[in-house]
Design a protein around this ligand. Sequence first.
Ligand SMILES: Nc1nc2c(ncn2[C@@H]2O[C@H](COP(=O)(O)OP(=O)(O)OP(=O)(O)O)[C@@H](O)[C@H]2O)c(=O)[nH]1
Ligand SMILES: [Mg+2]
Length: 322
Amino acid sequence: MSLAERVLNGERLALARLLTLIENETPEGLEALAAIYSHTGRAHRVGVTGAPGTGKSTLVNQLALHLRRAGDEAPTVAIVAVDPSSPFSGGAILGDRIRMRDLAGDRGVFIRSMASRGALGGVARATAAIVEALDAAGFDIIIIETVGAGQAEVDIARTAHTTVVVDAPGLGDDVQAIKAGILEIADVLVVNKSDLPGAENTLRALRSALRLAHPQAREEEGEAVWVPPVLATVATRGEGIGELAAAIGKHRSHLLGSGQMAAREEARVRSELEALLREHLMRRFLSAQPDGRFDAVVQKVLARELAPTEAIRRLLEEQDEG
Ligand SMILES: Nc1nc2c(ncn2[C@@H]2O[C@H](COP(=O)(O)OP(=O)(O)OP(=O)(O)O)[C@@H](O)[C@H]2O)c(=O)[nH]1
Ligand SMILES: [Mg+2]
């Protein structure tokens, strides 16, 4: 049986192998992914992001445990932990260790930590491919944990259906998450560590920032506008996890009911294809250039002898002629 077939058959070892091949961007991995692609599109993809140490791993662990407790109807859950900035942060390791212990042995759960390598764009692309593979393998819910609020996180969030932004009191700035501009991508906001002093302030700050970000929500309450709820959790004690799961479910229903799911999916596929096309055309163009030609043009623009648009026009003309 081929690797693709074994993955579709639910073989965990084959899945782990495929994910490694995909992560390393090997031709074999890409080929297997292409073979299983028609089986994707079922999973609900949940992105969880926020500043380092806010308790994301603990929260994701509790969320998975909660979801798995739903009896025969329980969804299967895959967790992808991505840490583009600091793969060896103590928090990530601790969180992952707790996760391994609590969820070990449950065949309805699959956990994958992404090694951080190369450019950030590479991590985002590899993550997207890994999520596709987990989707094809049949996991109902795929949770993607990322740290921080950089471009990589925003890119990863764009591949999620529901983005959960996690904040915590005592980070020195009550609206740290908002400052980073991450509020725009949040579908659900969580103030974790609500057992700590200052939690009320963080909750209040997030709620008022949300009112500013969603002024229309006041007039159109109950309409097709999704206003991100702000939830309080204590991940270490499992408090507020049911509410978080419910909010994610509600957001999914909202996306499906309003037609936004289809729109989001189309936008995602379109931008993914555009990025691939850009990369492909660029590679093809450059490989058809005489050696050193592109570098020479870079130097000319650098020396202000040539404007960028003019440089590109000439390069394209040369290639059309040649
Ligand atoms: N008091 C308190 N501590 C918590 C809570 N949730 C998590 N922690 C603790 O916060 C620390 C960091 O937790 P993690 O779950 O690893 O946080 P993280 O956001 O995944 O960390 P990174 O992946 O490194 O960004 C650990 O010591 C947790 O035990 C909470 O609700 N209350
Ligand atoms: Mg973590």
